[in-house]
Design a protein around this ligand. Structure first.
Ligand SMILES: [Zn+2]
Length: 148
């Protein structure tokens, strides 16, 4: 395992802003945390993908995603963490297992409870990581994400 990712409070604030503005406390939402190839351990950008959201999940827009892969290559950035909301408690659902955006071991999925309406931070959040065998496993947030 590599060093934990470092992110500043602005990344968290932008993340919660997307969740509240898009989901409005009624629909699930997802953002992606990116870091540059040159500094992979520093989360530098929050992207809000085009998606359809509903109470029980969300679906990314395929055309948007195709464009986004090209943009990532052109800007030399990579997706390190997918972050999404759940209506109530944060846990990992079957949908999350079926649709990881990245399948590489070490890829992280962070789940934020209550549509992101609670305090900005990792309170009651749930973090899971893709294992070498391809399965998700819960990991302590402090071991992978460091707020700077
Ligand atoms: Zn959204």
């Amino acid at each position: 395992m590599s060093a934990p990712y470092r992110l500043d409070r602005g990344v968290l604030e932008a993340t919660f802003r997307h969740f509240r503005g898009c989901g409005c406390g009624r629909e699930e939402c997802q953002v992606l945390w990116l870091s540059p190839w040159s500094q992979p351990d520093i989360i530098a950008k929050v992207v809000h993908p085009k998606h359809a959201g509903h109470f029980g999940g969300f679906v990314l827009d395929d055309a948007w995603l195709n464009e986004f892969w090209l943009e990532l290559g052109a800007t030399e950035m990579g997706i390190r963490v997918q972050v999404h909301t759940h209506p109530g408690e944060a846990f990992h659902s079957r949908t999350d297992d079926e649709y990881p955006i990245i399948h590489t071991p070490g890829f992280l999925s962070l789940v934020i409870p209550n549509f992101g309406l609670g305090p900005i931070g990792f309170n009651d959040a749930y973090l899971t990581e893709i294992q070498p065998g391809g399965r998700w496993k819960e990991v302590p947030i402090a071991s992978r994400l460091v707020l700077t």
